[in-house]
Design a protein around this ligand. Structure first.
Ligand code: GUN
Length: 281
């Protein structure tokens, strides 16, 4: 069997076009959505992400406000900036790029963001709203995965899903979203026993462990849908958490790396910014 390729790049481009059309309609009413991105320090990967976010924000017609702060910025200085962004009506979405330098309290910073502007969906209120099935800001990467899964499979109800990874950014919210769509969900992690056997039961397998080519072809149920969240930089270039070449001979559908989940993340960030704007206008 050769799997269907799930083209996240094309899906993200279509999503951005729909967002741009909606921004045009908002502008006709005198409203321009604004996204503020805060970067503390000079982490090279974070710099690349932030640049990409700013560029795509402008491309869909939104205002982008970039705040680049030195690595030695104090907690108080950062909280003061967040307070200012919280009360700025031109700012509809706020994103603080992670990881923060070690001397800063990440949880305190995230929870200082107005939950209505928390386009990352990391604020404890949004985490709680999602966990209790209420209207929440949803983290961008799992939201992108969910969109691809719904597009590929239609109904997720009753499907068996295994999520590899239990991070607050991907694994846990992914599991919540699948549960909200009535899938039967298992979260697996580094201490899970009989991982291959567990994965073989999955109609939907989401890999978010950050280990190159971790998931083997014989872990995959024939015909399953495989979503690879991994972005691992190796000597041979960018690779996912799944052994793609072998897995695509077994899976029914699979996301490539690059060009799968990656492009969906920023598109969903823009979608969340639009949602945040719509809620106050
Ligand atoms: N660092 C890596 N991924 C993310 C993300 O989705 N949001 C933020 N704010 N920082 C990140």
């Amino acid at each position: 069997m050769t799997a269907t390729l799930i083209d996240g790049k094309a899906f993200a481009a279509e999503l951005r076009q729909r967002i741009a059309d909606e921004v045009t309609r908002l502008k006709d009413r005198g409203i321009t959505p604004g996204l503020a991105v805060v970067l503390v320090g000079e982490d090279p990967a974070s710099q690349v992400y932030v640049r990409s976010k700013g560029k795509q924000t402008v491309q869909v017609g939104m205002n982008s406000y970039e705040h680049k702060l030195p690595a030695e910025t104090s907690q108080e200085e950062l909280l003061t900036l967040i307070e200012r962004l919280n009360s700025d009506p031109a700012v509809n979405g706020i994103l603080v790029q992670l990881p923060l330098p070690a001397h800063l309290d990440e949880a305190a910073v995230i929870n200082a963001i107005d939950p209505a502007k928390d386009v990352d969906g990391f604020h404890i209120l949004n985490v709680g709203l999602l966990a209790t099935g209420q209207k929440a800001m949803v983290p961008c990467t799992p939201l992108g995965c969910l969109m691809l899964l719904r597009d590929q499979l239609g109904e997720l109800s009753g499907k068996r899903a295994v999520v590899l990874g239990r991070s607050n950014i991907v694994g846990k919210p992914m599991a919540q979203l699948l549960l909200r769509d009535s899938a039967t969900v298992t979260i697996a992690h580094s201490r899970t026993t009989d991982l291959p056997e567990l994965c073989r039961q999955a109609d939907i397998l989401v890999a978010a462990v950050g280990r190159p080519h971790f998931v083997q072809a014989d872990w995959i149920k024939p015909g399953a849908t495989v979503i690879d969240v991994g972005i691992n930089r190796t000597e041979t270039g960018l690779v996912g958490d799944v052994d793609f070449a072998a897995a695509s001979q077994v899976a029914g559908a699979i996301t490539p790396v690059p060009g799968g989940v990656g492009p969906m993340t920023i598109a969903c960030l823009l979608a969340n910014t639009l949602t945040a704007t719509a809620r106050v206008n």
